[in-house]
Design a protein around this ligand. Structure first.
Ligand code: FE
Length: 336
């Protein structure tokens, strides 16, 4: 009897557990999940993988998937997952009132299939001592011969770069984008490797002079108390590219309820929690991202120091649809 009762209790806990597949790779998020469980009593089971692996897993598991919530860190992957039928629509007055329409999936009447909860800019960093500001003021300059032997980036096929290049394709057309990407490859100081923080460090060390990074990786270094991080920030300038034209590319981290969620109510509750003031402040304070809720007061000295900027407005769906073409161009110019 005792064993049976224990078993029943266990089953109940399993049923109430919220299963999250997450591509967010930020240690500071632990506090976010813990706060949700504390407020609601709903335990979380999390599986961490990158966007590509999360989507592949959802596809292969199909209707048997235990995933309730899916968190991704790239707008075009959110868009892709919607197209592939991996999410389900959510109608929520709280989410609709707090998240701007441009930062969520299209509402076909049944609600949106995904919601953005934070934004990040894809910026240029350059070595103060060796680079003239004009040589790093635009994304286009990364492919200009003036930067020969000076550029480093992570893999061209990483979602952060694919989305930026997808936006550039919209602005420049296919022929100019191909020339531009070939220019970046010709300008590389080294073959693509590492993450964004590695590129910032390489700029500081002089291994390269100009690089691409997401804004929060630089803001994290700005707020670090480690002497080696302070030394990096001293040597590097961050610029929001293309302020005189279409603006800086902004990407979205967001979430959705999985198509075959077993725990739909808790999943919606979790998404609504991510749009709450507390969670939104967490994205800013914990991971140096910008909240999506308008008018929220945040206290982050690094984000304050970076200041306001003009953001590019190419729609997520366009960037998503350009991805296949971008990958082909990368293959053609040998951008690994
Ligand atoms: Fe990241």
């Amino acid at each position: 009897m005792v064993a049976l009762a224990a078993l029943a209790l266990h089953a109940t806990a399993q049923e109430r557990e919220l299963s999250i597949y997450s591509a967010r790779h930020y240690a500071t998020d632990e506090a976010l999940y813990a706060a949700f469980t504390k407020a609601t009593g709903i335990p979380i089971k999390r599986i961490d993988a990158d966007d590509t692996a999360v989507l592949a897993r959802l596809k292969s598991e199909g209707a048997a998937s235990p995933a309730d919530v899916v968190l991704l860190v790239d707008a075009s992957r959110l868009w892709r997952a919607e197209v592939d039928g991996l999410f389900q629509p959510v109608k929520s007055a709280a989410l609709e009132s707090r998240i701007p329409a441009t930062l969520r999936g299209k509402d076909s009447g049944e609600g949106s299939q995904w919601f953005g909860f934070s934004t990040r800019a894809r910026v240029i960093v350059y070595n103060k001592a060796t680079v003239k500001p004009a040589d790093a003021a635009t994304y286009e300059m990364l492919g200009d011969p003036v930067n020969k032997g000076r550029v480093c980036t992570r893999s061209g096929s990483h979602p952060y770069n694919l989305s930026l290049f997808g936006a550039m394709l919209e602005h420049m057309g296919e022929a100019r984008t191909k020339t531009w990407l070939a220019g970046i490859v010709a300008n590389m100081a080294r073959a693509p490797k590492g993450g964004d923080t590695d590129q910032i460090r390489a700029v500081a060390s002089g291994e390269c002079q100009v690089a691409l990074t997401n804004s929060y990786y630089f803001a994290r270094l700005m707020r670090s108390t480690k002497p080696e991080d302070k030394a990096v920030v001293e040597k590097v300038t961050l610029v929001f590219p293309d302020q005189a034209s279409f603006g800086t590319h902004v990407n979205i981290a967001g979430g959705a309820v999985a198509r075959h969620a077993k725990n739909r109510d808790a999943a919606v509750k979790f998404l609504e929690y991510l749009a709450s003031d507390d969670a939104q402040r967490h994205f800013a304070d914990g991971n140096n991202e910008w909240p999506v809720v308008k008018g929220l007061k945040i206290a982050n000295p690094a984000l304050d120091a970076l200041g306001p900027f003009k953001a590019d407005t190419v729609p997520v769906s366009v960037i998503g649809m350009n991805q296949v073409k971008v990958q082909r161009l990368l293959d053609e110019v040998g951008y690994k």
